[in-house]
Design a protein around this ligand. Sequence first.
Ligand SMILES: Nc1ncnc2c1[nH]c(=O)n2[C@H]1C[C@H](O)[C@@H](COP(=O)(O)OP(=O)(O)OP(=O)(O)O)O1
Length: 166
Amino acid sequence: MLLKKVYTLVFISKDQQILLGLKKRGFGVNKWNGFGGKLEPNETIVEAASRELKEECCIRVKTTDLKNIGHLEFTFEGDKTMMEVRVFGSKLFEGIPRETEEMLPKWFPCNNIPFDDMWPDDRIWFPYMLKGQLFYGRFHYKDLDTILNYHIEELKSMEEFYNRNL
Ligand SMILES: Nc1ncnc2c1[nH]c(=O)n2[C@H]1C[C@H](O)[C@@H](COP(=O)(O)OP(=O)(O)OP(=O)(O)O)O1
């Protein structure tokens, strides 16, 4: 039986560019990623997504402007925790990205994503996100650099996906 922990992951985009942040500490340090983290008590998933974005790069987005675009699950060999990551996207936001204690933000052209300095799974599901396709990905890691096996699929609708997994 796996213990599930829920995380958010937010991608802001504009003019064929996507905002990534270089993680300065903690889990995934020195990797480029979207912005997100764990839920706080009594917080909805979109509230957590919006809060983490603001805390990590000073960008504000309304919860109603966050679109759930994907769902990721990560497990690690010998670990009974499953990380469930709800992925959101938005083109509607306010503010200018600013460096914080946790992240160094930078815009990247969508055709020049720094995959060599990202989680190995990103290379597999980013193409779905960049094409505007909804996706579900499941990745089992041996260690932080090695994927042992994975499953990826395009989804017709996130609602249908969550209903089928009730
Ligand atoms: N493999 C992979 N690919 C893409 N994105 C991620 C992973 N693993 C991950 O954890 N993530 C994402 C999911 C979250 O957005 C972050 C991790 O959140 P984390 O920084 O640990 O959570 P916080 O709540 O911000 O942590 P504190 O440092 O504040 O305790 O990476």
